[in-house]
Design a protein around this ligand. Structure first.
Ligand SMILES: Cc1ncc(COP(=O)(O)O)c(C=O)c1O
Length: 463
């Protein structure tokens, strides 16, 4: 009997050949660590709506959704039109364009904290800039982050992201980075209060929906208390809304949770699925980026410097503005959330019927998958999340199960980012979600049948 891995190697031979070439040219053969797949990643050819096709024509329901950036789905006509019109005109006029003004207007109209906006080029750059703004504005050096929260790959973001927390989450981070960051444990308000007490903290930065894109849900009241603590200590509160921005609600996590930070960082949905980012916030803080033509002393010593060859490039600005026009009234966000709920319900039924431990959970249009023989078998998502400790939620699916499940999912034509993280979009229908559940259930049963996970084996017809 051929195994999952035998079938994977045969079915995706074209991708394997590309990967063999790539890994002699590109370290590990991939350009984003999350795209690493064991034994090899699949190379895609094109995508439309909620589907994508690999180089050999295999079709997938795409829950990766552009790492969460494509809330309108692949190839939305309004975004494509904006992109075509923009690229026909120019890609880089080395000057501001009307598109960035419209893009900024939409952000200021939609986001509660946004009085001024600046456009860097990635979420990593956005959190770096927000931290710099906070330090400049407060005259304090320390940034508090919450353990396991993800803010991109720059040196400060690599402190206390992954366990063991005594060492940075990447080799090559200088020893000087760690003292600039004070990390506190997840959801621990007493520790946060102690960290802010010396009044030497420029900012607290966090993913408002919880670490690693909502793997551990934020407890009710936590954000409100954090707002109160940061205000009391003169600390700037930064929501990293790279994923939640314009996705949870038109105004992102701050609208959804009803807590307004001082600054917020964006990438992904804000750009309509093309590269780019934004930092938005209170005018008093954002204004530290403003040049004062008559005050060279201020410009050199007090102003926050930000450059970036492709910052606010007109192609991204046009796509971003076109996307935000469609995200203003919550229809898209509500539809995506309804699709995610259908997916969660369907997959959790499949998990229960297979008699395995695990859950698909997440808020609004997010879908987080966790499976394992050590996990409870319960139909009640709330109870599951109450029972399983945060540390285990963060581990999602451990190896070697993850490898088998990810390959089985891809063989059945369904793709979760890293095998575990999914987002829904406006392009998904109830029929798509039901099909996704059927495909996923087949993948689960194969994983169980091949002994990677305990559960009830069931012969599932292919196709
Ligand atoms: C919450 C959060 N912050 C920052 C980033 C980094 O964004 P980018 O990959 O655009 O650098 C990400 C990326 O997934 C993210 O999820």
């Amino acid at each position: 009997m051929a195994t999952i891995f035998d079938d994977y190697g045969v079915r995706f031979a074209g991708s394997r050949a590309l990967w063999e070439r790539a890994r002699t040219l590109i370290p590990g053969g991939v350009n984003h660590d999350v795209r690493h797949i064991d034994p090899f990643p699949l190379y895609m050819d094109h995508a439309q709506g909620c589907r994508k096709w690999d180089v050999e024509g295999h079709e997938f329901i795409d829950l990766c959704t552009g790492h969460g950036s494509l809330i309108l789905g692949h190839g939305h006509p309004a975004v494509l039109k904006a992109l075509h019109e923009a690229t026909d005109k120019h890609t880089h006029p080395s000057a501001p364009t009307p598109a960035e003004v419209r893009w900024a207007e939409l952000i200021v109209a939609m986001v509660p904290c946004a009085e001024l906006v600046r456009f860097p080029m990635s979420g990593t750059e956005a959190t770096l800039l927000a931290m710099r703004l906070a330090r400049a504005h407060t005259g304090r050096d320390i940034v508090v982050k919450i353990r396991n929260h993800f803010h991109g790959w720059h040196d400060y973001a690599m402190i206390e992201y992954l366990a063991p927390h005594e060492i940075p989450s990447s080799a090559g981070v200088p020893k000087t980075a760690a003292p600039a960051v004070r990390a506190v444990p997840l959801n621990d308000l007493a520790a946060m209060e102690a960290a802010l007490a010396p009044q030497d903290v420029a900012a607290v930065i966090l993913e408002a929906d919880g670490p690693a894109a909502g793997c551990v849900p934020t407890p009710p009241g936590y954000l409100q208390s954090l707002r109160e603590l940061t205000s009391r200590t003169g600390t700037i509160l930064i929501f990293d809304e790279v994923i939640t921005g314009f996705r949870l609600a038109p105004g992102g996590a701050q609208e959804y949770f009803g807590v307004t930070p001082d600054l917020a960082t964006y990438a992904k949905a804000v750009c309509g699925g093309v590269p780019g980012a934004a930092v938005a916030g209170r005018a008093e803080i954002m204004g530290d980026l403003t040049m004062h033509p008559d005050d060279p002393e201020y410009n050199r010593k007090k102003r926050v410097r930000h450059q970036g060859t492709f910052s606010a490039n007109p192609v991204t600005a046009a796509a971003g503005a076109a996307a935000l026009e469609l995200l203003q009234d919550r229809t898209v966000q509500d539809h995506a959330a309804a699709m995610a709920e259908r997916l969660r319900t369907g997959i959790n039924t499949a998990i229960r019927e297979a008699g395995v431990g695990g859950c698909l959970y997440g808020i609004r249009s997010a879908a987080r998958l966790i499976l394992g023989d050590d996990l409870p078998q319960t139909a009640d998502r709330e109870e599951f999340l109450r029972t399983v400790p945060p540390r285990r939620l963060l581990e999602s699916i451990k190896q070697p199960l993850l490898k088998a499940l990810q390959c089985a999912q891809l063989l059945e034509g369904i793709d979760f980012l890293g095998g575990t993280h999914g987002w829904t979009s406006a392009a998904m229908t109830e029929a798509d979600m039901d099909e996704a559940v059927r495909r996923w259930a087949r993948a689960l049963h194969r994983v169980v049948a091949e002994g990677h996970l305990a559960g009830k084996t069931k012969v599932v017809a292919a196709g």
